[in-house]
Design a protein around this ligand. Structure first.
Ligand code: HEM
Length: 347
């Protein structure tokens, strides 16, 4: 499913990059009185993209049928796969508007963004379907509140950077076809906005890397954030290379594929900030878990005060005596190397 959604986005980009927009001048059939394309390049590329959408609908319907048969019923998966079907139909309808508006760049942008929304749902579906189901379990954070906030800001920044990327395409030479309208902004200015957002995002991600290292977050979280940084830097490198080499279509295609990879990796990283096993939820509320993880910071600060010879306000907690001792949520205690390497839990 995930691979098909990525293929949909990449073949959509291939339509723009090969100037094949309107290769099929009608919708849903290629021509008014004929379903299939003529035997020439542009109609074949455009029609190929439409065939991927058909495959996508079939795959999403299969998902709905499969998850509807799970026992106990996985309502979350039913909603997600049902949402995929609805989203794909929406994507196809916006595709029709793209054709009838003769490749209006703003509609093309919306078309791409719906593709990214579908990618989001498909990724969440894959992540949820891939782990054991514990009825009533709640996700419990493995990191501190501040770190969660930074991660959410990163998601928002990346989404903005992607929208700005689509506007950059709309202002550039690959807006859909040789005669497609363009967004009335100089390409260089749009590139500045797009790459500026990306540089901000990379800077924020590096701040998070440092924070997770300082707070001794679970190794699995630190590993994921390193992979995320690597994927962002690689994508940024491709971005600059394509711009300074005058946007060769093949490299721009790789950049679009890279955008899907970075988005998937970011969602995967964010998902990894929570313990989904249900073990934490059975024993504590997620608020407790926040307290526990944040208490790690308090303990570190207490250690620092110790070293400085200052009075120790956290003494009761550190020695295990006092009210806070009653918060053995078990998560986020990654400072203890004896814990579960995945959750940082010490049972
Ligand atoms: C995390 C990093 C990045 C992501 C996720 C990203 C994502 C995107 C996306 C989604 C598009 C629109 C593709 C389309 O509509 O077909 C795009 C276009 C573009 N990006 Fe990036 N980008 C990143 C970094 C950069 C950087 C650092 C540059 C540096 C100049 C850059 C330059 C461009 C250019 C020039 C385009 C327009 C290409 C065209 O003509 O179609 N990107 N980017």
């Amino acid at each position: 499913m995930l691979a098909l959604v990525v293929l949909n986005i990449v073949t959509g980009a291939a339509v723009r990059l090969s100037d094949s927009g309107l290769g099929c001048p009608d919708w849903p059939s290629c021509y008014r009185h004929r379903l299939t394309p003529a035997l020439s390049l542009h109609p074949a590329i455009e029609f190929g993209n439409r065939l991927v959408v058909v495959a996508l609908v079939l795959a999403a319907l299969t998902c709905v049928v499969l998850v509807a048969r799970t026992s106990p019923l996985r309502r979350d998966l039913v909603w997600l796969s049902g949402g995929l079907v609805a989203g794909i139909i929406g994507e196809a309808l916006v595709g029709a508007i793209v054709v009838y508006s003769k490749l209006n760049p703003y509609v093309v942008m919306v078309h791409f963004c719906i593709g990214i929304a579908l990618l989001t749902v498909a990724t969440i579906l894959a992540l949820r379907a891939g782990r054991p189901f514990t009825p009533g379990a709640r996700a419990v954070p493995k990191v501190r509140k501040t770190e969660l906030r930074i991660a959410r800001t990163m998601l928002a920044l990346l989404a903005l950077a992607i929208v700005a990327g689509t506007a950059t395409t709309g202002a550039g030479p690959h807006a859909g076809g040789a005669n497609a309208k363009r967004i009335p902004v100089r390409l260089e200015n749009m590139v500045r906005v797009h790459s500026g957002l990306v540089l901000l995002l990379i800077a924020l991600t590096l701040v998070l890397v440092y924070s997770l290292y300082r707070s001794r977050a679970p190794e699995v979280v630190q590993e994921r954030v390193r992979i995320l940084v690597a994927s962002m830097i690689a994508q940024g490198f491709i971005g600059y290379t394509q711009f300074f080499s005058h946007l060769p279509p093949l490299l721009v295609g790789v950049h679009v594929f890279g955008a899907t990879v970075v988005w998937i990796v970011t969602l995967w990283f964010y998902d990894g900030l929570y313990d989904h096993s249900g073990r934490g939820a059975l024993r504590s509320s997620s608020r407790d878990a926040h307290e526990s993880v944040d208490a790690r910071g308090a303990r570190d600060a207490a250690g620092a005060r110790d070293a400085a010879g200052a009075p120790d306000a956290a003494e009761p907690f550190r020695r295990g005596a006092g009210p806070r001792q009653r918060i053995p949520t078990g998560v986020g205690t990654a400072a203890d190397n004896t814990g579960d390497p995945d959750t940082g839990r010490r049972d």
